[in-house]
Design a protein around this ligand. Sequence first.
Ligand SMILES: [Zn+2]
Length: 312
Amino acid sequence: MKKRPRIIQKTKSLLQKEISSICPFCDNEDVDHFHFHHIDENPENNDMLNLLMLCPICHSKITKGDITREDVERKKRDISTNQKDVLLFFQEIAPLVFDLIIFGEQEKDRSINPWVSRLESRYSEISNELRRLAIKDVSIQKGWTVLLDELAKSIDNFVNREVCLYRGLTEDIKDAVEKAKHLKVSIIDPFFASQRAPLTLKKDFAMQLRMLKSLNDRAEMMLNEGKIEELQGKVSEIGHDLLILSMYNTEDFPKAIKGKLYSISREIHLMETKRNNHSFDRQESFRNRLNELSGQLNALAVELPNVTYAAN
Ligand SMILES: [Zn+2]
């Protein structure tokens, strides 16, 4: 008689995650006693796609024929589609909500134009996106529709507000930012904490570092050619992308490093807003500041294991 090959631990934990630790047929949660069913009834086929984790009672129903093979196959298909949809949903919503928080926390530095109107148009875009996500199957299934709609409404209130000179941007934007933070903590953070390694944060971080280094090397030349605003825009964009990376709740970056990454990236992101002083001084101070921040970021990269940046 042939020996049944064992199901490896990695597959087992993926299968448990696939069903969110709940029996897909009866909602039993006693996951420690669950079985692994071979869908094609070949016990040697331990392919992830051929296995379904479920409670012993439902497993015996399959054996007796009370649950048909067709039912099992349909269930497996629904589960894997749903899992992909959920991941996609979070990959879409996370950067939107992070952006609300990022810009909301820069309200003092962006309280004059063109920054106010750019912030408003970004917020409008986000509000539209949130309304689109609010009516997706994932939102409806999980009951998040109202939450997303309320956030979108609060953003619209901010964008369509009557501007009052005595009341600053801080007060106007507060409600939307608070709702965004609540959404991050209650829904987005727990999701990414439960994901083993779906993101490539470290790789993205290394790439942004390389881009910043290359800009820093070209800064002198760009400034001499009078391209200060182009340079500011590019530097800022890198700062923004780094800020987004720093907000994912995963273990890719240790907490202490995440905090530092946030504050350095914030300074880099805000470099586009430094436009008030003129000519040589302005260029010189921009150049020095860029060099300084770039250095701080490199020092941070050294503290991070597995970021190969220096080798280019
Ligand atoms: Zn069951």
